[in-house]
Each structure stands twice: as structure tokens, then as C-alpha cells.
Write a protein that binds this ligand. Structure first.
Ligand code: HEC
Ligand code: HEC
Ligand code: HEC
Ligand code: HEC
Ligand code: HEC
Ligand code: HEC
Ligand code: HEC
Ligand code: HEC
Ligand code: HEC
Ligand code: HEC
Length: 310
């Protein structure tokens, strides 16, 4: 109780301080959101539903952070001129993507500590905030997206849709998953798996691990006996993440060809690449031995057997 009363009095004090601040009383070029209503009724009347309305509702932020002018900049000159694009400091239709990005980041930079926002593949390709978000005309209540997420991404990545139509797939097109379950469209830092190669904006889940492990928790380990590629190269060394004509999203139609990509019986005779191909216990001329995972059932790691037999 005491705490909440203190919170209240702080808020009142802040509001009082703001009222005495010369900026709110008309200088600095800020005129307040109400001044926009007469000419922009459509935008203005819908704004109460916008998460950015919070700044108006709270009433205790400086004018540079409140309402319409928090994004568009001080509107005095624009109002005096009775409109015009060039008279409002941030007219997004005239702004290059890079400048729009900075306008949004004045408030949102902190949200992207894990996103590498300024050097993401999207930012580098000039795909920025307003390519994906629509502040005033979003059809989706969540995250102010310009379109429903999957359609938004397919709008530019049309080729990916077909991958999610393959016989073995993640059910993205059916609406059970979204691109953002695995990707961070705001960018990602170099991953800890696959030796930091080609991050492809694959999101890093807790502990910087692959996002796959959020759902496939039984593959997480740590296992007493790890199968190194699962962690080192990452899941996608053996699986296509989107879809595949091979069952279980595998990169090869027959499991043993996948295994032999690494365990290729090379002359060096090391354990890694030196599986004896035609001797007991692996006579690969006998089809029975070609179903590697029929015996090596714990292929993602085992707590009981160093050759993943159980
Ligand atoms: C969070 C930032 C932000 C806030 C707050 C904001 N706008 Fe916008 N506004 C934009 C962006 C970005 C665009 C470009 C079009 C888009 O993405 O929807 C835009 C476009 C516009 C346009 C051009 C026409 C249109 O419908 O797209 C008008 C007019 C406008 N805003 C007025 C306002 C008014 C009035 C307010 C306050 C009620 C306001 N804006 C608050 C970011 C903002
Ligand atoms: C007297 C009427 C009037 C008032 C008041 C007014 N505007 Fe405008 N505004 C206009 C007109 C007219 C345009 C259209 C200019 C054009 O399309 O050439 C416009 C355009 C805009 C745009 C669009 C720029 C773009 O990207 O195309 C924004 C943003 C905007 N106004 C914001 C505001 C804000 C914020 C306020 C309140 C501080 C405000 N306006 C008050 C008349 C007004
Ligand atoms: C390539 C498309 C794309 C771009 C570019 C983009 N976003 Fe997003 N943004 C999304 C999607 C998709 C989501 C929803 C993510 C989810 O469902 O978890 C989102 C979510 C958000 C959220 C809410 C959740 C969160 O992650 O904090 C904020 C805030 C946000 N974006 C702001 C921005 C800003 C600011 C920029 C520019 C600096 C930007 N976005 C650029 C697609 C994009
Ligand atoms: C003046 C500060 C400020 C600016 C500038 C600003 N935002 Fe925001 N934004 C906020 C606040 C505050 C929230 C609400 C966060 C919350 O709900 O806790 C928000 C929320 C969002 C959300 C999340 C909506 C949701 O459903 O969770 C998105 C997306 C977003 N902003 C995008 C943008 C984009 C794009 C721009 C640039 C055009 C922008 N913002 C500019 C302060 C700002
Ligand atoms: C406005 C167009 C546009 C939208 C919308 C868009 N992207 Fe992109 N995306 C690009 C461009 C351009 C690139 C960089 C060039 C390339 O690699 O294709 C890119 C790159 C990527 C990459 C990295 C590709 C690589 O080879 O490294 C991924 C992953 C990605 N986008 C996912 C998404 C997701 C997920 C969404 C939806 C949330 C989305 N994109 C929305 C245009 C877009
Ligand atoms: C199950 C996780 C997952 C989902 C869901 C997912 N992706 Fe990916 N995506 C990945 C991984 C992992 C890679 C990196 C693959 C590689 O480099 O071998 C990738 C690569 C990409 C690439 C670059 C390589 C290419 O094939 O062009 C693009 C673009 C892309 N994804 C877009 C999307 C879009 C758009 C969606 C949603 C419609 C989506 N992804 C959904 C995990 C996923
Ligand atoms: C949001 C949760 C989620 C994430 C993240 C996720 N998956 Fe899945 N995955 C599923 C679900 C659910 C299925 C079951 C198939 C279905 O939806 O019909 C599945 C199926 C699979 C299958 C096929 C299983 C079978 O029996 O055919 C493989 C392989 C797979 N995922 C690998 C991955 C990889 C690799 C990643 C990361 C690139 C990943 N998953 C990320 C939820 C997820
Ligand atoms: C060395 C290759 C390899 C790597 C790396 C790998 N997998 Fe697999 N995975 C397989 C094979 C082979 C199968 C099919 C097993 C079978 O036929 O019984 C499989 C099956 C699966 C299945 C479906 C059956 C089950 O066990 O649930 C899922 C889900 C799966 N993998 C997820 C993952 C995830 C998540 C990762 C990364 C953490 C990963 N895989 C890494 C080879 C691999
Ligand atoms: C991307 C390369 C790669 C692929 C693909 C791969 N492995 Fe491995 N595997 C390794 C490495 C590296 C080791 C560790 C070797 C070592 O410790 O000497 C290993 C170890 C093993 C071991 C443990 C025995 C040992 O030598 O330590 C077995 C059993 C095994 N793999 C079976 C398989 C099977 C079955 C498949 C196909 C489903 C497969 N591997 C696919 C790289 C791979
Ligand atoms: C009929 C069951 C069976 C099949 C099928 C099978 N293995 Fe094995 N694998 C074994 C047994 C048993 C061992 C020996 C375990 C031991 O020596 O402790 C073994 C050992 C291994 C080892 C470790 C070799 C070493 O020198 O330590 C690797 C690697 C391996 N298998 C890979 C494969 C690959 C790749 C395939 C598919 C081409 C495959 N296995 C098919 C039963 C099988």
C-alpha cells in the first residue's frame, strides 16, 4: 500500500514537473496529438487501439516521446502550413528505410539486444521496420504486422512456401508454426553451432542453443555419449529445417548414405571416417546393415552406450 502510494505521488510529481517544462507549453515545436485530429481523423480515431497509445495514456512522458509526435517529430510547422509532406520532420513516405529504422530505434534499440538489428541480412538488404510493420493499418492486432506473418514473409520469400508443402515438413502453412519459431526477422548473432557459419537469422534460444531444442527437448542432452555433429554442425547437417521429400526431414533419401557422408570408410582408419564397410559388425553388402538407425537407435546421443545402440 505504502509502495503504491509512493508510486502515485511520483507519477503526480512527474506530471507536475512536465507541466512546468517549457517544452509542453508550446515551444520546441511540439503541439500535442490533439492538434492532429481535425485533419487526420482516420488515423487519430484508431490510435487508442495502438500499443503506442500508451505514451498518451500515461501522460507523464516528455512531448518528444508522446503520441503522434514521438514518431513524426514536432508538428508545429506542419500545422501552421495546413499540412504538406515536407513540413513534418518524419514523413515516412519520404524517408529511406535506414532513416526510418533509426526513428524507431530511438525507443526500440533495447528490445533488440539479442538481434543484431543494424547488421541483420534484412537491414543490410534495406528491409527495415516499415517493410514488415504497419503502424496505422495493421490487419493483425499482434505486433502491428503489415500482413499475417506467414504471408508477410512469403511476400518476399515466395520460394520457401513450396518447401513447406513437401511430404515431410513442419506445419507452417497449416498454421501450427511460424517462421519466427526458428528465425529472428530482426537478425541474429553468429550461432554457437555450425562454427558460426551462415547464421541465416536463425534465432538463438535459451543458452544460445538452436531454436529446434525449444520443441524437441529430448534432443537437448547433455548426453554421456554425444554424437558430435548434433551440436557442432547443428541439426541442419542431417535435416532440412523446412521440408523434404525424404521422411523425417532428412537430407538424404536413404539413411545410410547420410551416415556414410562422414563415416565413409576412408583409408585413414580413424573411428570417425573409418567404419569398416564389409566386415562384421558392418557388412553393408547385406541390406540389413544399411538401416543404420535400426541398431543405432539413439542417434542424437545416448546415456547408456557409446555407439548409440540404446
Ligand atoms: C510508432 C510511430 C508512429 C506514431 C506514434 C504515429 N505514427 Fe503516423 N506513421 C508512422 C509510420 C511508420 C507511417 C508510414 C505508414 C505506415 O507504416 O503505416 C505513418 C504514416 C502516417 C500518415 C500518412 C498516411 C497513412 O495513413 O499512412 C499520417 C497522416 C500519420 N502517420 C499521422 C499520424 C498521427 C495523426 C498520429 C497520432 C495519432 C501518428 N501518425 C502516430 C509512424 C507513427
Ligand atoms: C490543417 C490540417 C492538418 C493538420 C492539423 C495536421 N496535418 Fe498532417 N497532413 C495534412 C495534409 C493535407 C497532409 C497531406 C500532404 C500530402 O499528401 O501531400 C498531411 C500529411 C501528414 C503526414 C504524411 C506524410 C507522409 O509520409 O506522406 C504525416 C505523418 C502527418 N501529416 C502528421 C501530422 C501530425 C503528427 C499532426 C499533428 C501534430 C498533423 N499531421 C496535423 C494536414 C494536416
Ligand atoms: C523482416 C520483417 C521485419 C522487420 C524488418 C522488422 N520486424 Fe519487427 N517483427 C517482425 C515479426 C514477424 C514480429 C513478430 C515476432 C514474433 O511473432 O515473435 C516482430 C515483432 C516486433 C516487436 C514486438 C516483439 C519483440 O520482438 O520485441 C517489435 C517491438 C518490433 N518488431 C519492432 C521492430 C522495429 C523497431 C523494427 C526496425 C528496427 C522491426 N521490428 C523490423 C518482423 C519484422
Ligand atoms: C517514442 C518511443 C517509440 C517510438 C519512436 C516507436 N515505438 Fe514502437 N513501441 C513503443 C512502446 C512504449 C511500445 C509498447 C510496448 C509495450 O506494450 O510494453 C511499442 C510497441 C511496438 C510494437 C509492439 C506491438 C505489440 O503488439 O507488442 C511494435 C511492433 C512497434 N512498437 C514498432 C515500432 C516501429 C516500427 C516504430 C517506428 C516506425 C516504432 N515502434 C517507434 C515506443 C516507441
Ligand atoms: C520486403 C521483403 C522482405 C520481407 C517482408 C521479408 N524478407 Fe527476409 N529477406 C529479404 C531480403 C531482400 C533478404 C536478403 C537477400 C536474401 O538473402 O534473399 C532477406 C533475407 C532473409 C533471410 C536470410 C537468408 C540468407 O540466405 O541468409 C531469412 C532467414 C529471411 N529473410 C527470413 C524472413 C522471414 C522469416 C520473414 C518474415 C518475418 C521475412 N524474411 C520477410 C526480404 C524480405
Ligand atoms: C523449424 C525451423 C524453421 C522454420 C519454421 C522456418 N525456418 Fe527458415 N531456416 C531454418 C534454418 C535452420 C535455416 C538454415 C538452413 C541452412 O542454412 O542449411 C533456414 C533458412 C532459411 C532461409 C535461407 C535459406 C534458403 O533456403 O533460402 C530463408 C530465406 C528462410 N529460412 C525463410 C523462412 C521463412 C520465410 C519461413 C516461414 C514461412 C521459415 N524460414 C521458417 C529454420 C526454419
Ligand atoms: C515450435 C516447435 C518446433 C520447433 C522450433 C522445431 N520443431 Fe521440428 N517438429 C515440431 C513438431 C510439432 C513436429 C511434428 C510434425 C508435424 O507438425 O506434423 C516436428 C517434426 C520434426 C521432424 C520430423 C519428425 C518425424 O517424425 O517426421 C524433424 C526431423 C524435426 N522436427 C526437426 C527439427 C529441426 C531440425 C528444427 C530446428 C531447425 C526443428 N525441428 C524446430 C515442432 C518444432
Ligand atoms: C548425424 C545426423 C543427425 C543430426 C545432426 C540430427 N539428426 Fe535428427 N535424425 C537423424 C536421423 C538419421 C533420424 C531418423 C531416425 C530413424 O529413422 O529412426 C532423425 C530423426 C529425428 C526426429 C524424428 C524422430 C525422433 O527421434 O524424434 C527428430 C524430431 C529429429 N531427428 C530432430 C533433430 C534435432 C532437433 C536435431 C538437432 C538438435 C537433430 N535431429 C540432429 C539424424 C540426425
Ligand atoms: C556430419 C558428420 C557425421 C554424420 C552425418 C554422422 N556422423 Fe556419426 N559421428 C561423427 C563424428 C565426428 C563422430 C565422433 C567420432 C569420434 O569420436 O572419433 C561420430 C560418432 C559416431 C558413432 C560413435 C562411435 C564412435 O566412433 O565414436 C556412431 C555409432 C555413429 N557416429 C553413427 C552414425 C550413424 C548411424 C549416422 C547416420 C545416421 C552418423 N553417425 C552420421 C560424424 C558424423
Ligand atoms: C545390425 C545392427 C547394426 C547396423 C544395421 C549398423 N550397425 Fe553400426 N554398430 C553395430 C554394432 C553392434 C557396433 C559395435 C559396437 C561395439 O563394438 O561396441 C557398431 C559400431 C558402429 C560404429 C563404431 C565403430 C567403431 O569402430 O567403434 C560406427 C561409427 C557405426 N557402427 C556406424 C554405423 C553405420 C554408419 C551404419 C549404417 C551404414 C551402421 N553402423 C549399421 C551395429 C549395427
Amino acid at each position: 500500500m505504502i509502495l503504491s502510494m509512493r508510486g502515485l505521488s511520483l507519477a503526480v510529481m512527474a506530471a507536475g514537473a512536465a507541466a512546468q517544462n517549457p517544452v509542453t507549453s508550446g515551444t520546441g515545436g511540439y503541439v500535442g496529438s490533439n492538434a492532429c485530429k481535425t485533419c487526420h481523423a482516420d488515423v487519430w480515431l484508431n490510435f487508442y487501439k495502438n500499443p503506442h497509445f500508451k505514451s498518451v495514456a500515461s501522460g507523464d512522458l516528455p512531448p518528444s516521446r508522446t503520441g503522434c509526435e514521438s514518431c513524426h517529430g514536432p508538428g508545429e510547422a506542419h500545422v501552421a502550413a495546413h499540412g504538406g509532406k515536407a513540413t513534418i520532420p518524419n514523413a515516412f513516405s519520404l524517408m529511406p528505410q535506414a532513416k526510418a529504422l533509426e526513428a524507431c530505434l530511438t525507443c526500440h534499440a533495447r528490445d533488440f539486444q539479442k538481434a543484431n538489428i543494424r547488421r541483420s541480412e534484412h537491414t543490410l538488404a534495406d528491409v527495415a521496420c516499415t517493410s514488415c510493420h504497419s503502424i496505422h493499418h495493421s490487419p493483425t492486432p499482434k505486433f502491428l504486422l503489415a500482413k499475417k506473418q506467414t504471408e508477410l514473409c512469403y511476400g518476399c520469400h515466395a520460394g520457401i512456401r513450396a518447401q513447406f508443402e513437401m511430404p515431410s515438413k513442419h506445419r507452417v502453412n497449416e498454421g501450427f508454426m511460424e517462421c519466427s519459431d526458428c528465425h529472428n526477422p530482426h537478425g541474429a548473432f553468429a550461432p554457437t553451432w555450425r562454427m558460426s557459419d551462415h547464421p541465416r537469422m536463425v534465432d538463438q534460444a535459451l543458452n544460445n542453443e538452436e531454436p529446434c531444442l525449444k520443441c524437441h527437448v529430448d534432443k537437448r542432452g547433455p548426453f554421456v555419449y554425444e554424437h558430435p555433429p548434433v551440436r557442432v554442425e547443428g541439426c541442419e547437417i542431417c535435416h532440412f529445417p523446412h521440408g523434404s521429400t525424404n521422411e523425417r526431414l532428412l537430407r538424404r533419401p536413404v539413411v545410410f548414405t547420410l551416415c556414410l557422408g562422414c563415416h565413409n570408410g576412408g583409408a585413414s582408419g580413424t573411428r570417425n571416417n573409418g567404419v569398416p564397410l564389409q566386415t562384421s559388425p558392418h557388412n553393408l553388402l547385406d541390406p540389413r546393415f544399411q538401416r543404420c538407425t535400426a541398431c543405432h537407435v539413439r542417434i542424437h546421443g545416448s546415456n547408456a552406450d557409446e555407439t548409440f545402440l540404446r
